[in-house]
Every structure is written in C-alpha cells, then in structure tokens.
Design a protein around this ligand. Structure first.
Ligand SMILES: Cc1cc2nc3c(=O)[nH]c(=O)nc-3n(C[C@H](O)[C@H](O)[C@H](O)COP(=O)(O)OP(=O)(O)OC[C@H]3O[C@@H](n4cnc5c(N)ncnc54)[C@H](O)[C@@H]3O)c2cc1C
Length: 292
C-alpha cells in the first residue's frame, strides 16, 4: 500500500510539463491530474513511475468556455466543475448529467475529465458521452498539437491514442442542436459506482417530428466504449415512438464481439443490459425534447 519512491514535479507551464516528459521519457514518467486512478495503481504497485509530473499548477487547463457554438473544456476540469456548470447545463446538458453519475462527491471533487479519458477505464462514464457528442480531443506533444476525434481515441482496455510524450489539454464538444434531448443512464457497480453499463443518448428532431440525428455512446460492457451505430441508423427519419425506440435499442449490442465478464456481471447479462439501458437512455432523451 506504499508506492515506490518517485520524483515529483509541479511545472507552472504546459511547455515545461512537456519538456519534463521528454527529459524523463526513458524512465517511467506519469502525468498526474486528480490522482484518483493513478495513486491507487501506484499504491498497489501496478504502476511505479520514477517521475510524476503534476498538471495542477498549469493555468488554463481548468476552464470551461463557449465560442460560436463550440464548448471547450480544459483537461483539468473536475467532474464536479462539469456537474455544476450553468453554461454546460444550458448548452450541453448531457455532460453535467454524466458527471453527476460518477463515483461519489469526493471522487467528483478531485477527478478530472482529462484524467478519466486518458486513463480509459472500461467502466468509466465519460467515454459514453464523449463518443455520443462526437467530441474532439486536443493533445499537445513535444513539437506540435494535434486533434483526435473521440471515435479514434479509445484504442483498447486502459489504452488510448495518446503518446507517452503527449498531454491531453482540451475536450471540444458542439452545443446541443435545436429541438434535441439527451440523457445518460447507467447501472452502478454498487461499491465503487463505476458503470456496469452506461449509455449516453442524444436525439434531434426534424420540424416534422422525425429523427434528424441520433447518437448513442456505450461504456462499461466491453474493453472499449463504442457508438451503437445500428441503433442510430434505425432511428433516422422515423418518428421516435415506443415501437421504434424499442426496435432501435434491440440493436444496441450489435457488432460487439466480446462482452466484459467479471464478478459483477456475466457477458450475457451485460449484453442484455446494453439493450435495456439503450432503451432507457433513448426514451429519456426523447421525452426531454421541448415541443416546438
Ligand atoms: C472510489 C472511486 C470511485 C470511482 N468511481 C467512478 C465512476 O463511477 N465513474 C468513473 O468514470 N470514474 C470513477 N472513478 C475514477 C475517477 O473518475 C478518476 O478521477 C478518473 O478515472 C481519473 O481521473 P484523475 O483526474 O483522477 O486522473 P489521474 O488518476 O491523475 O490519472 C489517470 C491516468 O491518466 C493520465 N493522465 C491524467 N491526466 C492526463 C492528461 N491531461 N494528459 C495525459 N494523460 C493524463 C495519468 O498519467 C494516469 O495514467 C472512481 C475512482 C475512485 C477512486
């Protein structure tokens, strides 16, 4: 329960943090955000970095801003910051709702959206919403910045497209479209609160009441979070009545080759829950669409 010794750095600029990653690249170096995933791993000695670079003193990584319909969230924004943001409640309510479902109040006060995405826990909540919103993740490396689309970010269990020399700096999402509704629903693992299944849905309607756009992001059930494309396609151009929502939800597990199996839920049970929670998320999202 005591981590190996390590050198601790708290740089005051992003450039210095990146330089430290480069300088210590050959040793095991880790970036520190909220520490809620990294420290438990270090205490269990599942991770033993020799150098830890704390992002907590770098200005500008903890802001939530909006410009021309695009919302930018700094990587060091905590789950609670998102949950309590009036700007997000108004422009992108899916994010505060998702944040409010994470762990407990201590976890939400320390854990960050960037740390959670970079950690890529298969039971983490953020990936479902980030995928459903087609977010863009801005990453800084030693010589350049790049943008990774959410669909390309999650590579495998605890593995993302981030390189060791890179830092995730911002997450960009569009404001919710007109005449749309969204919802995040999950089955909690009762001890930790992590998602056994978590489904984020956003549905937008055409003026005639048919579905103009649908997005369903799913986490918790497989090693990598995913979009339920078959469900989305089954909704497009149709009226989102109960029969249509039910038929679309029944397709939510299509294409998943392997479901997670653990003491909390079997693979078959997770497959079943995927459809049940897809239906709940879609029905809730549709019920929230304001009448014209
Ligand atoms: C009791 C408990 C319950 C929890 N319940 C839930 C839950 O219900 N749902 C849920 O989603 N999560 C849950 N979590 C996890 C929590 O949300 C963590 O905060 C999150 O997974 C990691 O975020 P962090 O800011 O603490 O990152 P850290 O632990 O500091 O870092 C995690 C990893 O990401 C890397 N990293 C961090 N920031 C960056 C960055 N900007 N760029 C590149 N790499 C970076 C670190 O090097 C490390 O490898 C729980 C945690 C605990 C302890």
């Amino acid at each position: 329960m005591i981590p190996n010794t390590f050198d601790y750095h708290a740089p005051k600029t992003l450039a210095r943090a990146l330089a430290l990653l480069k300088q210590h690249g050959r040793k095991d170096v880790k970036v520190l955000a909220g520490g809620h995933s990294l420290f438990p791993l270090m205490k269990l000695r599942l991770a033993s970095p020799r150098v830890v670079v704390d992002l907590g003193r770098i200005p500008g990584l903890n802001a939530i801003k909006e410009s021309k319909g695009k919302i930018t969230i700094g990587a060091m924004v905590t789950h609670y910051d998102v949950e309590s943001s009036d700007l997000l409640r108004k422009l992108c309510p899916l994010l505060p709702e998702t944040a409010g479902e994470i762990g407990d109040v201590q976890v939400r006060n320390r854990g960050t959206i960037g740390g959670s995405l970079a950690h890529a826990d298969p039971a983490g909540d953020w990936p479902a919403a980030i995928l459903a919103l087609d977010a863009e993740l801005e990453v800084s490396g030693p010589s350049r910045k790049r943008t990774i689309k959410a669909a390309n970010f999650f590579v495998d269990l605890l593995t993302t497209a981030l390189k060791k020399s890179e830092i995730l700096t911002q997450i960009r999402v569009p404001a919710a479209p007109a005449r749309s509704g969204s919802a995040y629903v999950k089955m909690h693992q009762s001890a930790s609160g992590f998602a056994i299944v978590g489904v984020a849905a956003q549905v937008a309607l055409n003026p005639d009441g048919t579905v103009a756009a649908a997005a369903v992001g799913i986490t918790g059930v497989s090693s990598v979070p995913f979009r339920a494309r078959a469900s989305e396609e089954a909704l497009l151009g149709r009226r989102p009545d109960e029969a249509t929502l039910r038929a679309a939800s029944d397709l939510a597990a299509d294409g998943v080759e392997e479901f997670q199996e653990d003491l909390h839920a079997s693979g078959d049970y997770r497959r079943h829950l995927t459809k049940v929670f897809a239906h709940r998320a879609l029905a809730k999202a549709v019920s929230r669409i304001a009448s014209p």
